[in-house]
Write a protein that binds this ligand. Structure first.
Ligand code: UDP
Length: 247
C-alpha cells in the first residue's frame, strides 16, 4: 500500500509521510478499522541510514501504512533536499495518541517487548493515565526464534485489537512484517524504548530538550553507551548533503 505516493518524501531513498501528528492520527483512524493490519513505523536517521544500505529494510519500511519521521535530523534532511517534512512525530507521542483512541473506542492493546516486568509495569502506569484502556496482555521481548509462533498465538488468543512492539529497531518492524498476515490485530507499531519510559525505568527528556531538538543529547547523558549509535547522525547528515538531492 502507499509505496509510491505524492504525500511521501524520500530521504536517502526511504519514504516518509508528509503529514503532521494530527493528520497521522486521522490516517490511522481511517485505516485501523479496515481489514488487515495497519502497520506504523517511525524511522529515525539511524534506521534511514541502515535502510539506505539494506534493500530489504527499505522495502519493509516502504510497505508500512504510516511512516512517521522520528528525529529532528530527518526534518533538517528534508529541508536540504527541498521537500520539507511537516514535523517530527515520535513513536512514543504517536503511541499515546493511539492509546487515547483505543481507550475512547473500547479497543484493547497488547504490550510486547522490553526486559521482563517492564511491559507489565508500563501497562499498569498507562492504565492510570487511560483508566478505561483495555490491556489484553503483556510479554517481555526476550525470546528464541523458535518461540515466535507461540508469541503470535499468545497475542492472537488475547484478542488484542492493537499491538505495541518494543524490541528496538529494526527487530520490532521485522517481527511485525513477518507476522503481518498471521496477527489478528487491526494495527501494530514499533516503539523502541517507550515501554521503558512508561514503566518508569527510563526518564524521557524534559520539554526543553524536546522542544530544542536535543532529545538525543539527553538520551546520551542517560545512556552514554549509545554514543557509537549516535555517531551515525553526522554520518547521516553528510550523506544527505552529498547525495540527498539525487534521491
Ligand atoms: N529489546 C527487547 N528484545 C531484544 C532487544 C531489545 O525487548 O531482543 C528491548 C529493550 O529491552 C528496550 C528496547 O527493546 O526496551 C530497545 O529500545 P531502544 O530505545 O534501544 O530502541 P531503538 O532506539 O533501537 O528503537
Amino acid at each position: 500500500m502507499n509505496a509510491e505516493n505524492e504525500n511521501r518524501v524520500k530521504i536517502l531513498g526511504v519514504p516518509m509521510d508528509l503529514i503532521d501528528s494530527g493528520q497521522a492520527m486521522a490516517l490511522f483512524e481511517e485505516k485501523f478499522p479496515e481489514p488487515g493490519l495497519t502497520m506504523i513505523v517511525t524511522p529515525n536517521p539511524e534506521i534511514v541510514l541502515a535502510a539506505n544500505k539494506d534493500e530489504s529494510l527499505k522495502t519493509l519500511i516502504s510497505g508500512a501504512d504510516i511512516i512517521l519521521p522520528d528525529g529532528v535530523g530527518l526534518l533538517y534532511a528534508s529541508k536540504i533536499i527541498g521537500h520539507p517534512l511537516k514535523e517530527r512525530v515520535t513513536g512514543i507521542d504517536f503511541l499515546m495518541d493511539i492509546l487515547d483512541y483505543l481507550e475512547k473506542n473500547g479497543k484493547s492493546v497488547f504490550f510486547f517487548g522490553s526486559k521482563p516486568g517492564v511491559a507489565r509495569d508500563a501497562a499498569r502506569n498507562l492504565q492510570k493515565k487511560y483508566p478505561a484502556l483495555k490491556v489484553a496482555g503483556t510479554r517481555n521481548g526476550y525470546f528464541k526464534p523458535e518461540e515466535e509462533e507461540e508469541i503470535v498465538r499468545e497475542i492472537n488468543e488475547s484478542g488484542a485489537d492493537f499491538l505495541c512492539v518494543a524490541l528496538g529497531a529494526p527487530k520490532q518492524e521485522q517481527f511485525i512484517e513477518k507476522y503481518r498476515k498471521e496477527l489478528r490485530c487491526g494495527g501494530a507499531i514499533g516503539v523502541g524504548g517507550s515501554l521503558d519510559v512508561f514503566s518508569g525505568n527510563l526518564k524521557r527528556a524534559p520539554e526543553f530538550y524536546r522542544n530544542h531538538g536535543l532529545e538525543w543529547l539527553y538520551r546520551l547523558i542517560q545512556e552514554p553507551s549509545r554514543y557509537k549509535r549516535m555517531m551515525q547522525l553526522p554520518v547521516f547528515m553528510v550523506k544527505v548533503i552529498l547525495h540527498g538531492r539525487k534521491q
